[in-house]
Design a protein around this ligand. Structure first.
Ligand code: FES
Length: 385
């Protein structure tokens, strides 16, 4: 009889014998499920209990919360990933993602850096009410915004805006502290120089490490400011980084930054596969987003009925997930930006607005599932959670 190719592999006979014995005596084949499960939940815990060990003032509107683990263990992460903080606030249980700004080689704590947001429910609570010693709960590290040596170029061009600096700070600190064989060009846009988070540290790192360059770009500089002003334009990118090949581009910042910088990268002919974008929360003022139906006002209220018979109200200008949370209906969520698909709900009837570019699976689209963190009611809805 012809030998199967598998029979050529080392250990084939041992496994074949084990299979035969297991078949005869009905033993359970395979690896020890319990040990695999416990290793997975150690590396990817659903929840981490954290304590605020220190609060560091960064700028007038920004602080870093240094978070240590209650049980002394923090799962590893890749520079650029985030954790979602689960918060109960004024009777609403909700969550928000925050990029980790400390480097992954620092295993004793996670730093998250928070900027004040006008009307920001969670960010303002974290800035104004949380104190050293307070307890917080988070997800394990998550997200796909990191350097992958298999697919990405060793030269990273990082375009940051405002608090979008945080994942880059983790990457840059790791490159500097671990002496990694990688180059980073950071172009960092802010309205004023005083708003540039980590400015002094970035200047110190770039003057010390040849492979790291830092260029602040200031929109409204004070008189006499000598650095680069305006926006991160195609011309500026070209003159800063030289030739464009063998470089991967990373973007993280507020919505307006993507709207401005992506066309600039297009002008430079950068292929889409060379551009990596960090999710950055649901769009603010969704009613100003391209494609929003002008006849629908942000404060228009629709009814949402659920499979369990519950009916509630939801505002057009508010993500469906938040409306559900306000009613005490919790659905899993991590990124709150339409990317992780944890918050899917099925729309049985009615219409929602979803900003362009949300990566909804083809099968989800076909069967009516939406990501509720970036879905906004445009009509009365009937949904299944
Ligand atoms: S929470 Fe990640 S897609 Fe909605």
């Amino acid at each position: 009889m012809k030998k199967s190719i598998f029979q050529e592999f080392d250990g084939y006979n041992d496994i074949a014998q084990e299979v035969q014995i297991s078949r005869k005596y009905g033993a359970i084949l395979g690896v020890d499920g319990d040990s695999v499960d416990s290793e997975i939940s150690r590396l990817h815990p659903a929840r981490i209990s954290l304590r605020v060990s220190e609060i560091i003032d960064e700028t007038s509107s920004t602080k870093t919360l240094r978070l240590v683990s209650e049980d002394g263990y923090l799962p590893p992460f890749l520079a650029g990933q985030y954790i979602a903080l689960f918060i109960e606030l004024r009777g609403i249980r909700t969550s928000r993602p925050y990029s980790i700004s400390s480097p992954p080689n620092q295993t004793g704590y996670y730093d998250i850096t928070i900027r004040r947001l006008e009307g920001g429910l969670v960010s303002n609570y974290l800035l104004d009410e949380v104190k050293t010693g307070d307890r917080l709960e988070s997800s394990g590290p998550a997200g796909n915004f990191y350097y992958n040596p298999l697919f990405h170029d060793k030269t990273m061009v990082c375009l940051a805006g405002g608090s979008g600096i945080t994942p880059f700070m983790s990457m840059i600190r790791e490159v500097a502290e671990c002496g990694l064989d990688r180059s980073v060009h950071l172009l960092y846009g802010n309205k004023n120089l005083n708003d540039a988070i980590f400015h002094d540290e970035l200047q110190a790192i770039s003057s010390r490490f040849e492979n790291i360059t830092y260029l602040p770009v200031i929109e409204n500089p004070l008189e006499g400011y000598k650095g680069r002003t305006g926006f991160i334009t195609a011309d500026f990118i070209r003159e800063t980084i030289g030739h464009l090949s063998d470089k991967t581009f990373y973007l993280c910042g507020p919505q307006g930054m993507y709207e401005f910088c992506l066309p600039e990268l297009e002008k430079l002919g950068i292929a889409k596969r060379k551009i990596r974008k960090e999710v950055y929360g649901a769009p603010v003022n969704i009613w100003d987003y391209p494609g929003w139906p002008k006849e629908i006002k942000a404060d228009q209220v629709f009814t949402v009925s659920m499979d369990g018979g519950v009916t509630m109200e939801a505002r057009a200008g508010e993500p469906l997930v938040l409306a559900l949370e306000k009613e005490g209906i919790l659905i899993p969520s991590l990124c709150r930006s339409g990317e992780c698909s944890m918050c899917r709900v099925k729309i049985i009837s009615g219409k929602v607005f979803q900003p362009s570019g949300v990566p909804v699976r083809k099968s989800d689209r076909k069967y009516g599932y939406v990501h509720s963190c970036v879905s906004y009611p445009l009509e009365n809805l009937e949904i299944v959670i």
